[in-house]
Each structure stands twice: as C-alpha cells, then as structure tokens.
Design a protein around this ligand. Structure first.
Ligand SMILES: [Zn+2]
Length: 120
C-alpha cells in the first residue's frame, strides 16, 4: 500500500469527519493555482500516526469497541465484552475511566488509554 492509499484508508476508516476531510483536501487542491501544502505537510502526521500504531491502525476488535463506545458508551462496551463479542486480555484498573476496564493489547477498550501493567 502506498502512502496515498494509506491516507485514503485512514480518511474512510478512521477519520472522525471524512466528508470534511475530503472537502478540505479538494479545497487545498483547487482553491489555488498551486497546492498550498505538500502531501507530507498535509498528511505527515497521519502517516506518522499510522506508522507508530504498527501500520495497521486499530485492529478490528479495537475498531468494534470504538464503534460500540460511540454508539452506546462505556456500558455497551462492557456488555459486549461480557457477552463474549469483544476480545479482551484481562480486566484491569484504567486511570482514565477510573474503574476496572477490559484491557486488550495493553490498552483500555473503552478509552484506548495505554495501560501500564504493574509488574507482579
Ligand atoms: Zn479506560
């Protein structure tokens, strides 16, 4: 996947406001004779973010949790975890949620905060 495709994926899958993002991009392209921003200037941060998260952004389990959270909040995420519909590794205290939360791949499924496991 080249960088353009990665950003396209990000806009479609991960961006909170994909329509606005595309409109902004078109504006940058056509508003002026020359693009105001280079691709790196416009999407360098996104590419960096994608790279840092291992290239694959969120996996489908995290994405599902994120959608559930947006739809029904913390409670719905807990329900789906308890129903076995979301994968998780363990329950652990999340400082961000201020309660026990399902932890998946070292991050809270509810708020996505990274949980530093205490060495036992
Ligand atoms: Zn949390």
């Amino acid at each position: 996947m080249n960088n353009y495709e990665k950003v396209a994926d990000w806009i479609i899958e991960e961006c909170d406001t994909p329509h606005r993002e595309v409109a902004w991009l078109l504006e940058k392209l056509y508003e002026n004779k020359k693009p105001k921003l280079t691709f790196e200037e416009a999407y360098g941060d996104v590419l960096k973010m994608l790279k840092e998260s291992g290239g694959g952004v969120m996996d489908s389990n995290q994405r599902k949790a994120d959608l559930l959270y947006n739809f029904g909040g913390q409670g719905l995420v807990y329900d789906k975890v308890n129903e076995g519909l979301l994968k998780y590794d363990k329950w652990e205290y999340c400082g961000c949620c201020e309660c026990q939360s399902p932890i998946y791949k070292d991050s809270c499924l509810v708020c996505e905060a990274t949980i530093e496991s205490e060495v036992s």
